[in-house]
Structure formats: C-alpha cells, structure tokens
Design a protein around this ligand. Structure first.
Ligand SMILES: Cc1cc2nc3c(=O)[nH]c(=O)nc-3n(C[C@H](O)[C@H](O)[C@H](O)COP(=O)(O)OP(=O)(O)OC[C@H]3O[C@@H](n4cnc5c(N)ncnc54)[C@H](O)[C@@H]3O)c2cc1C
Length: 470
C-alpha cells in the first residue's frame, strides 16, 4: 500500500511537470522513457508500464488480460473527442470502457481503450425529475446520490457495475418488475462518433432507441445520459430460504416449486433461485413490508417445500441496497447468460441434468432471476431491448481458487452450455464468448435495425467490440 502511494505521488508530480511543459505545443511528445503523453487539450494517454495504465487496464474479471497499445483517461467530452481523433491519427482501433465489468472484457482491446470511468458528473433536478449522469458513474454512486433525495433509478444490485455499460445493454434488478429496466428510464444521450463529432439523441431519436438495450460499444462513446427516476420505496424487504445437501432430483423439484411461486408474485416483488453446489438459496424481495399477503403466500410456499429461513430483513432502502452491493475488487470467474425462459416448461427436460452438474462441481452456480412485470408491459418498439416477453433470466457462474479447479469447472460449464443449446435468446449484458450467433441471440428482432444504424454512424467499423453487430 505504501509503495503504491509513493508511485501515485511520483506519477502526480510527473504529470504536473509534463502538463507545464506542454503549453504551446499541439502534441507533447515525451522522452522515449516516458510512459504517458498529454495532448493539447489536457487529455492524458497512458502507455504500458505506467502506473495509470496498469490501474486502468484491469477488467473486473481478473481471469482476462489485455495489452492495449494505450489508454486514454478521459475526464470530459472534449477528452473523448481528442481520444477518438488520436486513435484515428495513430490508426488504433478503440474500445470503450466504463465500469470494466463486462464478463468477457468487451470494453478492452489491443488498440486504444477510451476510458470514461472518471466522467462522474451527476445532477438531479427535482422540478423536472431529471437525473443527468456522466458515463463513468458506478451503480453504488448512483444509489448513494439519489436515495438521500428520495429518488431511485431502477438498476442492478452490484455497486461496482458501470451505469453506462448496464444501461446500454438493458439493466435489470430488484426494482425492474415494478418500474422497468434501467434503459426504460433513459431519456436522452450525447455521443461522440467515429468522426469525433458530438451527436445527441434529440437530433437522432434512433440513437436513443438503440441505446436502450443495444448500444454497448457499437456506435460511439456515450458521454452523457439523462434519466427520469422513480420515488424510492422507504423500505426494502428480503427473505432467504435455504436447503442444504441437495440431490439433483430434489433440486430440480424445488426449481419447479420456485417457478410456480415466482409466477404468482406481484410486480412489487422479485425472486431468485440460486443453486450453489449442493446448497440452494431462494430469495424473495419486496418494496413493501413482509406483512403483505403476497409476501406471506410466497414465504409459506417455500417453507412448505422444506426450506429453512433465518427470517425477514426489512431495512430503509438506502441501507438495504448496500447489503447486495457485492465485492468491489476484481476476481477470476466465468459468468455467462443461461438464456431467457418463459417458465419451468422451457427447462423441464434439462433441469435435473443442470442441477446434477452444478451439485457435483463446487464453484458452479446456476441462477434464475425473475423478470416480467413492468418490463413486459412496456412498448416493444420503444427500445432495442428485444426480450421483453420473457419472465425469467438464467445465469451460469463459475468461481475457482486454483488452475486445477478452473480446468474442471470449465468442462462443467461446457457441459451445462451443451444442455442449454436450444435456448435461443440471451442477455447482451451477460455475454458468452462461445455463442455461435451472439448478435442474433442478444438483439433478436432489433438486430437489423441496429445494423442499419451501425452502418450510418460507424460505417468503417472503427470501434472495437468483441461481439459486434455482424
Ligand atoms: C458482479 C457483476 C454484477 C452484475 N449485476 C448485474 C445486474 O444486477 N443487472 C444487470 O442488468 N447486469 C448486471 N451485470 C452485468 C452488467 O450489466 C454488464 O457487465 C455491463 O455491461 C457492465 O457495464 P460496465 O460499464 O461496468 O462494463 P464495461 O466493461 O466498461 O462495458 C461493458 C460494455 O459496454 C460498453 N460501454 C460502456 N460504457 C460505454 C459508453 N460510455 N459508451 C459506449 N459504450 C460503452 C463497453 O464498450 C462494453 O461493450 C453484472 C456484472 C457483474 C460483473
């Protein structure tokens, strides 16, 4: 820690000196030993071996590593324009990075990473109920800012996830069944194009449509977003129901029970089925207290199935969201979408086999979350998000402690993926590197329209996105 601090302070002095020296020059070219370059407008570009390059070249999934030629640490829109022009001049393909949480590292590349993670502007205007957000904000920062104002932007639970990456792919969480996806609250965007020009969604309504679920890294760099918010519920209630030492048969039976319970929940409630090795956790949550009849009915059904609970947790929402904020630091994992489902019938034939592989391989988690509710009632044409009809979303996760365990888990992941081969639709924000036609699976009926916009805004495919619109 002490060593890190001294490196950072050296870095600060170094940058101050180079900034001072840059006055009057268009591009400051540093001596060959230098590891950063300050452009005329003040944008710093970092190169390998500089402290900032290493700090910024850190995917949340630490199993991944990338070696970009350079990283542009943007602090404002002018920096983003300068970064795009720099990439053009140096013939580097740029990728766009915010929170760095993409499962597959889609925001990283071998060329220039345009990093917007420091663009954390935030203003809430109560009169117009408008939240202006910079693209570098993380979910925890959004909750921390809005909740004390009594407002909420429905989004995901993990605090470190970037707001722009989440919104551009959809964005769901505890509040989505009641209020829709994060992207459903997006009202306008500003974007720097492949030509280094700024366009707004007021000029191009098609851009706003695309940024609601189909905009991750494809069209240009989103530099500002405007959202509407909702009145925050004063309390948030959760209860977990657990069962241990499960067999595959029992786990599959409980999955069927869970689907039934979940299908009867009101929109104010969310639920998740999480099989982690031999342990099953079923979570229910509500934006009201546990006293309501729907909460009681769900709890009774899950207890009747033989689960155990430690009780109900009802907390002020501002505190409750922190409980589910997740870990802040990178870790190695292999997560991917396990597909959208209409109900148990979509997984009935493979449920027991999926549970068997999960149970036999500690480190594998098979999770299903509720969607539906308000997500399904919002007009299909309002956004590029193509999977509103589905009530459930599956997620496959693998976490390991050693290379040996990783190898074993990877073959189990492949086994489960084979079982899921007929599941057609997947979530863009849970990318899977091995999908045969990822763009079709993520964007469904919106794909052709997204491709048309791509041709219009980025005809030369300047921006690098590992799972582009091809
Ligand atoms: C621990 C964890 C928890 C998660 N929880 C949830 C959840 O509860 N709900 C949910 O819906 N999803 C969840 N996700 C998935 C998450 O929504 C995606 O990983 C999301 O894309 C991450 O955004 P980011 O900005 O952090 O990532 P990044 O890796 O920085 O970006 C992801 C993608 O968005 C693009 N992008 C980012 N910013 C911009 C921009 N300003 N302009 C243009 N393109 C941009 C990138 O190019 C890349 O393609 C979770 C992921 C993790 C790892």
């Amino acid at each position: 820690m002490a060593e890190n601090e001294s490196l950072l302070s050296k870095r600060r002095t170094f940058i101050k000196q180079t900034l001072a020296a840059s006055l009057g020059s268009v591009f400051l070219t540093l001596p060959s030993h230098a590891r950063s370059k300050v452009l005329a407008n003040g944008l710093t570009i970092y190169f390998p071996e500089s402290v900032d390059y290493e700090l910024l070249n850190t995917p949340f999934n630490s199993d991944l590593s990338f070696a970009p030629v350079a990283i542009a640490a943007c602090k404002n829109e002018a920096d983003v324009i300068a970064a795009v022009l720099y990439a053009r001049e140096k013939q580097l393909k740029p990728s766009i990075k915010s929170g760095g949480h993409s499962f597959i590292g889609a925001s990283f590349s071998g060329g220039l990473i345009i990093d917007v993670s420091q663009m954390k502007q935030k203003i809430y205007r109560a009169k117009a109920d408008t939240f202006y957000a910079g693209p570098g904000l993380k979910l925890a920062e959004v909750y921390d800012y809005l909740l004390p104002n009594g407002r909420l932007l429905p989004s995901g639970s993990c605090g470190g996830v970037g707001l722009s990456g989440l919104t551009l792919g959809g964005g769901y969480g505890f509040f989505a069944r009641q209020h829709g996806l994060t992207c459903d609250h997006l009202k306008s965007v500003r974007m720097v194009t492949a030509e280094g020009k700024v366009i707004t969604s007021e000029e191009s309504p098609e851009l706003l449509w695309a940024c609601k679920g189909g905009g991750n890294g494809h069209f240009g760099v989103i530099t500002a977003m405007k959202f509407s918010t909702i009145k925050a519920p004063p309390i948030f209630t959760t209860q977990k129901f657990r069962m241990y030492n499960l067999t595959a048969k029992r786990a599959a039976k409980l999955m069927k029970v869970w689907f039934k319970v979940a299908s009867q929940l009101p929109n104010t409630m969310f639920s998740a089925f999480i099989l982690n090795g031999k342990t099953l956790t079923m979570l229910i949550s509500s934006t009201y207290s546990s006293k309501g009849s729907a909460f009681q009915k769900a709890a009774t059904a899950l207890l009747k199935a033989g689960t155990k609970t430690r009780g109900v947790y009802s907390k002020p929402t501002v505190r409750a969201v922190k409980t589910y904020s997740g870990r802040p630091n990178p870790l190695p994992f292999r997560n991917m979408c396990a597909g959208f489902y209409n109900g148990f019938s979509d997984v009935k034939k493979i449920a027991e086999k999926i549970c068997a592989v999960t149970i036999q391989n500690p480190g594998i988690l098979f999770q299903i979350n509720t969607l539906g509710g308000a997500i399904s009632t919002i007009d299909d044409n309002s956004s590029a998000y193509a999977h509103r009809k589905y009530g459930y979303l599956g997620e496959l996760q693998a976490y390991w402690q050693s290379d040996r365990q990783k190898r074993r888990l990877m073959s189990s992941v492949d086994e489960i993926r084979k079982l899921l081969k007929d599941v057609p639709d997947h979530y863009a924000n849970y990318p899977d590197p091995d999908l045969k036609e990822p763009a079709k699976a993520y964007y469904g009926d919106s794909l052709e329209r997204l491709k048309e916009l791509k041709t219009k805004l980025d005809p030369d495919d300047f921006f690098e996105q590992m799972q582009g619109l091809t």
